[in-house]
Design a protein around this ligand. Structure first.
Ligand SMILES: [Zn+2]
Length: 182
């Protein structure tokens, strides 16, 4: 064995967050690290907490939902509106986590503070990508079907089971084509 240099401290390897750039990979990671909810969706708060380069804070953001900002290459901060319902906060977290995994090099140029899902006709592809990523993490198709079944197709009840807002579930049902043309 090589001698340990003085002052050396063994550190656990960092999470390979660069490999988590699709919702499928993130869900697989969650599955392997006991980070899934009862409905096999990502436990987003614990997932963020596990990443050494990410910190999560709850702040007063007035009419904004959330932000992500880059303090350094190894230090990103996600801010969540502390006044919002827990379920709405989860989607905001997952959206910002999407920017972190998909758009990391652009975060420095992003405005600090945004509204999520409540902008009519979102056409910005970066925002659409983050919304879809978030929807996939929190509402995998099988989980949505299972929740709808358990809720006898009542969307409000299914949203509660999935721990998301009704607005988030409506968005997901539309992108899965399960909204009966609504
Ligand atoms: Zn965004």
């Amino acid at each position: 064995m090589r001698p340990t240099p003085p002052g050396y401290q063994s550190k656990l390897p960092k999470m390979l967050s660069s490999a988590l750039d699709t919702a499928e990979r993130v869900l697989e990671y969650c599955k392997n690290h006991d980070l899934l909810t009862d409905y096999d969706a990502a436990n987003i708060e614990d997932l963020i907490a596990r990443d050494e380069a990410l910190s999560l804070v709850y702040v007063d953001l007035q009419d904004k939902d959330a932000y992500i900002k880059c303090n350094s290459d190894e230090d990103f901060e996600i801010g969540i509106n502390k006044r919002h319902h827990r379920n709405r906060q989860r989607f905001s977290m997952a959206h910002e986590y999407g920017h972190y995994q998909l758009h990391r090099s652009d975060i420095k140029r992003m405005a600090v503070g945004e509204r999520i899902l409540h902008r009519d006709g979102e056409i910005n592809p970066v925002e659409r990508q983050a919304n879809n990523f978030a929807a996939n993490l929190l509402m995998p198709e099988a989980s949505v079907r299972k929740a709808l079944k358990a809720a006898s197709n009542d969307v409000a009840t299914a949203a509660k089971l999935l721990q998301v807002s009704i607005a988030a579930l409506d968005f997901r049902l539309a992108n899965l084509g399960l909204n009966n043309g609504k």
